[in-house]
Design a protein. Sequence first.
Length: 319
Amino acid sequence: MTATLDERAAAPRRGEEAPSTTEVRSRNPLRQWLFGWPSVTVGAALGTVVVGLSYRLSTLGYSAELYYVTFWAGMLLACAPAAARLIAADTSRSARLGMILMLGVVTAMPKYLRNPFDPSYHDEYAHWREAVDVTSTGHLFQPNTVIPIVEYFPGTSALTSSAHSLSGLSLWSSGVLVVLVMHVVGLFAMYLLGEEVLGSARAGAVAALVYAINPSAVYFDTQYAYESIAINFFLWTIALTALAAGARSTRSRVGMLVAAVLSAAGCVVTHHLTTIFLIVALSVVVVTAAVRARFVRGPSRARHRTGPVVEPDGRHASP
């Protein structure tokens, strides 16, 4: 009798839907902790400490085997909880965006810990010098003796100087902040591109994850240099173009295209090689769309013009 009453109490009332398996799983406290913000935050914090420890072991002269294993253990600890939550089937869209934000910060962390207070890589010295000269003179296009072509692509120095004026941070810290922000928003672009092209939020999440953990994004494209800024303009231009193609209203399509043009302009004034690759990528998109319109939509239009075929007995023949 008691069991029957319990079953009636647990059963959904008339007009209510029974909770789905996904909802029941999401209410599990242990699951919420393991795949929610607590575990993600703790993992990111501990992983950062372990990565910092690996650098310390390298400085103290320990074997490469030890500090490499320590480094990758730290990266796994920092990234795994966020990655698991990001690609889980029952993750909401807002939670996915939060996990992408966390992954962006975590994957920028190894490079930041290497030289947080001053430049270290070759290109970083060139761009830091350019930012100093632009800020001190108040004019763009300052000559650069380290990498002369930097003079003609002022996007990085302009963003750095602007961040410096707005935040009050040092020029170096302002440049690092700009790179971090662009790195994170680039992951959002990859997510939206994957979601639009593959037709699934989960597929977009996987695309963002794969891009976030690739070695170039973790180290090369998080240094203070023009390619680190331009690659994210590149990603946003492609993503906005894809979103414009799939937009349902003219207003949305125009808005996306305007944003894509502005993003492309940002790429053009920041890095020459990325701009060349952007032109190639957009050309491929245009050619692919034209071919698809010719060979995919063409036959369907032809069938529409000719009308259905009618058999002698009056039935419509399938096309």
